[in-house]
Design a protein around this ligand. Sequence first.
Ligand code: NAD
Ligand code: GLY
Length: 362
Amino acid sequence: MRKLAVCGENGKQYPVFLGWDLLERDDWLEEIKFPSSFGVIVTNSRVGSLYEERVSSFFSRQGFTIQVVTIPDGEEYKNLSTVEFIYKQLLNLDLDRKSFLLALGGGVITDITGFVASTFLRGIPYFSIPTTVLAQVDSSIGGKTGVNLPQGKNLVGTFYPPAGVFIDLSFLRTLPPREYKEGLAEVAKTFFLAGGEILSLLEKREQILSREEEILEELIFQSLSLKKKIVEEDEKEKGIRSILNYGHTIGHALEKVEGYGKLRHGEAIALGMMGEAILGEKLSITPSKVVDKQREILANFHLPTQLKFKIEREEFFAALRQDKKKERGKARLVFLKDFGQPIWGVEVEEEKIGEALSYLER
Ligand code: NAD
Ligand code: GLY
């Protein structure tokens, strides 16, 4: 088992435990201070049917009283109606401020549970139990919570770090291939931003695709460690944390235009990174060899690097205009000068982004 401690802006640390079959042992649990013995698992129908019983009995064996709130599965349910549904269920369960939530699921669950925890009764603690690659490497730490609005992704949210993160890698054994591969997009993103030796880990294509335990653990641990460094320096995204949005400006707009759920989040980010790399190349920021290498790595994981459909420009630009990272009406993007050398906050005219999209459509 490996352990990290992430320090939030408020100086508070939260532990991250990472290992195989974490729920088969309880030694690590002693290190965590729970505010009370009453917790509520928030999960979705799919993850719940696989793991709710296991997680619930694990905590019950330790003397906790555990209840469960289940929401429907899918990005399209990461919205304010579901938040209200969860609030009502929590009220029915008679939660108080010392009760805690356990977010059991992928990024949709960790985002929405974190948001509910940050607002319910003006804030109660929550722990993340991420079950997808994407959630284990990205959404489980850093404290970004939120939901989508019809106008765009994650437009309502808070910065509210979890009280602890329990990453049981064995959950990944049941993750379907498409969901597994989309998580690799966020792993690749982190490694592109880090550059250097670590990139060579991504060359182990066969081991990664066949989910070999050793490489998987290393990929997830390294991604988390890199993200930890960045969010500890800039939790509220006033500066360097923006680099974690590489591929997300174009990616989020594509996800919105396609309709949440059709293009998976990680797939949209792979396309977004390609769009932003090509745009960087046109702006003489990103060298062609970086664009080509990035394309090769993403394609190796069977992630999309080209659009299979034409994008309706009006809709795309409308989605882009809702991007949280814009300033004075202009999109602000992250580019790679090289692997390991990201720059952020680069203002780009809409027209140029439209051109990059045309290259993705070819
Ligand atoms: P997801 O939560 O929708 O999970 C993907 C699918 O896999 C779902 O159908 C889910 O039910 C299923 N699933 C989850 N775990 C499983 C398991 N172990 N076995 C079988 N099936 C399982 O999607 P995701 O890709 O995990 O997360 C995407 C979301 O994360 C997006 O909403 C994105 O905005 C958000 N996100 C947030 C942050 C952050 O910092 N807060 C970072 C990156 C992404
Ligand atoms: N996934 C982007 C961030 O955590 O900032």
